[in-house]
Design a protein around this ligand. Structure first.
Ligand code: NAD
Length: 510
């Protein structure tokens, strides 16, 4: 398999002529500003493109508006066939997608080839099937005199905004349920990482999904992003990103009374009870904290470990952190790549430095590596203990390879601490006791609670949070609740001119 950066660079060059994908064709953006896609492993620019401005957003929305009625009135079977072809084409292009994703994000090829790309192909195949299976209440004579049924109709044009941490998967999560339900979409990926969203949209068109059904505008958040959210012809905004930007997006969407789906930040607790398999928990914590260099909204960030296991757990995690191989994302043996940018690395380093000031102990890591990795946005896996529960390192979303471990004594205390941040996206409980597991899964406020694992996701099950992590679901049939409008249709079955219920108006007139 070709894992080379040279091949990845050639893929990036394809978008030199334009990184806006509107009505099935690439074109340059009209904002008058250009942007560099930077390889975070080297700090070198790999693509310069013209950012989208309001005009590009308008053109993409117009293309979506034009394409949607026909796509929305295709039969579920027709949409499903096209999406099955889409899944097959993505599978054929898997290697290119993985290389492009590794280049723009600095993700190890191990991760992109084994996780990002196969996950997105599977999502596409899932939604190809799900397109034929929209659910609702059975039609029936609920009033006695009428037949009622529900229609699930597309909402129209969806405007979606995605972050840079999993660009391909985020494109898939946004686009697939929307188009399976008969909508057309304008997707704005993060300006740092446009490549795989564009390749995804191209594959949709190449597979026979009509041009204009899937459009991509690559522009900056405050102009292209806000213009898309505020656009009067966009019926729904689906946003994945930080809680701070989510609040702003919600404000703008509210002005045009848009349907809104928000997938925001996370700060997942990882609760280890004293009967847990400590080796399994330590391995799970390391993988759960470091996947995608910790830039994962569901990453394990706060491990609460019951006192009898605490020292063993901290020592095991420290050993495993030390063994993780940082390196070139294109080396198949690399475990951990750089962060997305130098800015993000400095942000993570700032969190760790302030934690030191708050009295926390940095057990391992807490610095950028030197040598050949110094020019990339690398940061060593960092294990922190002795941090106060109310401190920033425990409460805030760091989005880097940093795990805080804190002890607890009672189950009540563990569950209270697990719920003690503004976020509610994901959590895990580690125990061999079914009653403890049951209590933790009931009482932890999060969109997902794993038992004896942390991170796995599957197409059939919903993803999405509560509290400051937002609302609404990605993936699974539950996502159709976001992307369809439920309409009640009611037929009178009596054929009677003067109906019983008319008494409320005519009753006293005999
Ligand atoms: P971000 O909020 O900075 O940006 C996300 C997207 O919003 C980008 O496309 C950006 O260009 C756009 N944007 C920025 N300002 C905007 C504005 N004023 N109006 C409209 N759009 C705007 O987030 P990020 O740094 O790209 O990604 C990391 C964040 O995403 C983390 O908080 C992470 O937890 C979150 N995330 C959440 C999930 C989830 O499923 N809940 C999944 C992945 C990432």
């Amino acid at each position: 398999m070709d894992h080379s950066r040279e091949t990845a660079l050639k893929i990036a060059e394809r978008f030199g002529g334009g990184a806006q994908y509107i009505a099935g064709a690439l074109r340059p953006g009209c904002s008058g500003r250009s942007h560099d896609v930077v390889d975070p492993a080297t700090g070198e620019a790999v693509l310069r493109y013209e950012l989208a401005g309001a005009q590009d957003v308008d053109a993409a929305v117009a293309a979506a508006e034009e394409a949607q009625p026909q796509w929305g009135s295709a039969t579920p079977g027709e949409r499903s066939d096209a999406m099955h072809r889409f899944a097959a084409l993505l599978a054929e292009r898997a290697q290119e997608l993985a290389l492009a994703e590794s280049l723009q994000c600095g993700k190890p090829v191990k991760l992109t080839t084994e996780f990002d790309v196969p996950g997105s192909v599977d999502n596409t195949a899932f939604f190809a099937g799900a397109a034929r299976h929209l659910q609702g209440v059975a039609a029936g004579e609920y009033s006695g005199d009428h037949t009622s049924y529900v229609r699930r109709e597309p909402v129209g044009v969806v405007g979606s905004i995605a972050p840079w941490n999993y660009p391909l998967q985020m494109a898939a999560w946004k686009v697939l349920p929307a188009i399976a339900a008969g909508n057309a979409i304008v997707l704005k990926p993060a300006e740092l990482t446009p490549l795989t969203s564009l390749m995804f949209a191209q594959a949709a068109t190449d597979a026979g999904i009509p041009p204009g059904v899937v459009n991509v505008v690559t522009g900056a958040g405050p102009d292209a992003g806000e213009h898309l959210v505020g656009h009067p012809s966009v019926a729904m905004t689906s946003f994945t990103g930080s809680t701070a930007v989510g609040r702003r997006v919600a404000e703008i969407a509210t002005r045009t009374v848009k349907r809104l789906h928000l997938e925001l930040g996370g700060k997942a607790p990882f609760v280890v009870f004293d009967d847990a398999d400590v080796e399994a928990a330590a391995h799970g914590a390391v993988a759960g904290a470091l996947i995608n260099t910790g830039q994962d909204c569901t990453a394990a960030t706060r491990a609460y470990v019951q006192r009898p296991l605490y020292e063993t757990f901290v020592a095991a995690v420290a050993d495993l952190f030390a063994a993780v191989r940082l390196g070139d994302p294109f080396d198949p043996h690399t475990d951990l790549g750089p962060l997305i940018s130098q800015v993000q690395r400095d942000r993570v380093a700032g969190f760790v430095d302030r934690a030191r000031g708050d009295g926390a102990r940095v057990v391992t890591g807490g610095e950028a590596p030197g040598g050949g990795l110094a020019t990339g946005a690398y940061y060593r896996p960092t294990l922190i203990t002795d941090a106060p529960q109310h401190s920033e390192i425990v409460q805030g979303e760091i989005f880097g390879p940093v795990l805080v471990v804190l002890p607890f004594d009672t189950d009540d205390e563990a569950l209270r601490l697990a719920n003690d941040t503004p976020y509610g996206l994901a959590a895990s409980a580690w125990t061999r006791d079914v009653f403890r597991a049951g209590r933790a899964t009931r009482e932890i406020k999060a969109g997902c609670v794993w038992v004896n694992d942390h991170i796995p996701i599957i197409s059939e099950m919903p993803h999405g949070g509560c509290k400051a992590s937002g609302f609404g679901k990605d993936m699974s049939a539950y996502s159709f609740d976001e992307y369809t409008q439920v309409k009640h249709v009611m037929y009178d079955n009596t054929a009677v001119a003067r109906k019983d219920w008319h008494r409320t108006i005519f009753g006293d007139r005999g």
